[in-house]
Ligand binder design. Structure first.
Ligand code: ACO
Length: 326
C-alpha cells in the first residue's frame, strides 16, 4: 500500500527569549503562577522585521538539508498558520519564492493549533493518490504580534517558531499510518482573533476595541481540550489496532502541561514517553508539533520502527491526530 513517510524534519526558533520573570514586569503575574498552571518557563519572540515566512524559510532549509534535497525537488508547499505575513498572498507563496522552489504549488492552511496535523492529513492524501511526490508541510506562527500584552490570561501562553517536514511516497510499513481531523465551529468563540477580516475589517474602532488581538476563554477551552484529546488519543490507537503500551512516543501540541498530563494519564502512558518542550517555547500553535517532532528526532528519541502519536487541539475549534511508524 502506498503511504506518505516523513523523510526529514527541521525547525527554527527566534533567538530572543522572554522569561516568566520578564512578564512579571509587563502584567500582574508571577513565575510560580505561570509554571504551576501551564508548565511554561520561557518563550521565543521574533525580532523586528521577522515574519512567519522568515521562520518557515529557516525551518524548511533545515529539513531540506537533512533530506539532502534541493528546493526544486518539492512539488507542493503547505504552510499551516493563523499568523501569516499578510492576508494574501499566502505565506506558502512567499516561502516558495524565498526558497526558490519553482516546481511547487503553494497554499496556506488555517486550522490554528491543529494546522500542522491537518497539513499532514492533506499531504498524506495527495501522496497516496499519486497526485504529489514531495510535499513540504510547515507550521509557522508569529503569535507575539497578535498577543494582547495587557491580558495576563493569554499573553503568558504564546510564543513564535516554525517546524517543517518533507513527505514522500513509500510502499514500506514506515510512514503515516493514519490521520484524523475534526472540527466544531459552534465553539468558535472560545479562541478567536475577531478583527481584521471581512467580519470586522481593520479600522480605528477595531483597534481601539483591541479586536486585532487574540481572545481566549481559557478555562472553558481547557475543559473541552482535556475531554477531546483524551478521547482522540484512545480512538486513534484503537483505529490502528494498537495498545498504548506499543506507543514509543506521544508528541502532543504544547499548549498546557496539565492538558498533556491528563491525556497521558488516560492512555496510561508514563510521562517519560511524552515529548515536552512547552517549558522552553510555550504554545506556538501550528508550529508546536513539528518543532517537537524535530527536537525528538534530533534527541534520538525516535527510532526505526517506533510507533508515534501526534495530537493537537486549537481554535476553530479543531482537533487532529496522526499515527506514524518511524
Ligand atoms: N497570572 C496570575 N493570575 C492569573 C493569570 C496570570 N497570568 N491569568 C489568569 N489569572 C487568574 C484569573 O484572573 C483567575 O482569577 P480569579 O479566580 O480571581 O478570577 C485565576 O487566575 C484562575 O483563572 P483561570 O482562567 O480559571 O485559570 P486556569 O487554571 O484555567 O488557567 C489557562 C488558565 C492557563 C489559560 C488555561 O485555562 C489553559 O491553558 N487553557 C487552554 C489553552 C489552550 O489549550 N488553548 C488551545 C490552543 S490556543 C490556539 O488555538 C491559538
Amino acid at each position: 500500500m502506498l503511504r506518505a513517510r516523513i523523510l526529514a524534519t527541521g525547525s527554527y526558533l527566534p533567538e530572543n527569549i522572554v522569561t516568566n520573570q520578564d512578564l512579571e514586569n509587563i502584567v500582574d503575574t508571577t513565575d510560580d503562577w505561570i509554571t504551576d498552571r501551564t508548565g511554561i518557563k520561557e518563550r521565543r519572540i521574533v525580532s523586528d522585521g521577522q515574519a512567519a515566512s522568515d521562520l518557515a524559510f529557516e525551518a524548511s532549509l533545515a529539513a531540506l538539508k537533512k533530506a539532502q534535497l534541493k528546493p526544486k525537488d518539492i512539488d507542493l508547499i503547505i504552510v499551516a498558520t493563523v499568523t501569516g505575513d499578510m492576508p494574501f498572498p499566502s505565506t506558502a507563496c512567499l516561502l516558495q519564492a524565498k526558497l526558490g522552489a519553482k516546481n511547487a504549488a503553494a497554499f496556506d492552511l488555517g486550522a490554528a493549533c491543529s494546522g500542522f496535523i491537518y497539513g499532514l492529513h492533506v499531504a498524506n492524501g495527495l501522496i497516496r493518490s499519486g497526485m504529489h511526490q514531495r510535499v513540504l508541510v510547515v507550521g509557522a506562527e508569529v503569535l507575539s504580534k497578535f498577543t494582547d500584552w495587557q491580558d495576563r490570561s493569554t499573553c503568558i501562553l504564546f510564543g513564535d517558531g516554525a517546524g517543517a517536514v518533507i513527505l514522500e511516497p513509500t510502499k514500506e510499513k514506515h510512514g503515516i499510518w493514519s490521520t484524523h481531523i475534526y472540527s466544531d465551529g459552534n465553539l468558535s468563540d472560545l479562541i478567536m482573533l475577531p478583527g481584521g477580516g471581512s467580519h470586522a475589517a481593520c479600522s480605528r474602532e477595531t483597534i481601539l476595541k483591541r479586536l486585532h488581538l487574540i481572545k481566549m476563554k481559557g478555562n472553558e477551552t481547557f475543559k473541552v481540550a482535556v475531554r477531546t484529546l483524551e478521547e482522540l488519543a484512545s480512538d486513534t490507537l484503537e483505529k490502528n489496532n494498537l495498545d498504548p503500551a506499543q506507543l514509543s512516543l506521544l508528541i502532543p501540541h504544547q499548549a498546557n502541561l496539565r492538558i498533556i498530563q491528563a491525556t497521558a494519564k488516560r492512555l496510561g502512558m508514563p510521562m517519560e514517553k511524552v515529548f515536552l518542550n512547552i517549558q522552553k517555547y510555550g504554545n506556538t500553535s501550528a508550529a508546536s508539533v513539528p518543532i517537537a517532532l524535530d527536537e525528538a528526532v534530533d534527541a534520538g528519541r525516535v527510532k526505526d520502527g517506533d510507533y508515534i502519536l501526534l495530537e493537537a487541539f486549537g481554535g476553530g475549534l479543531t482537533w487532529a491526530s496522526a499515527l506514524l511508524r518511524w
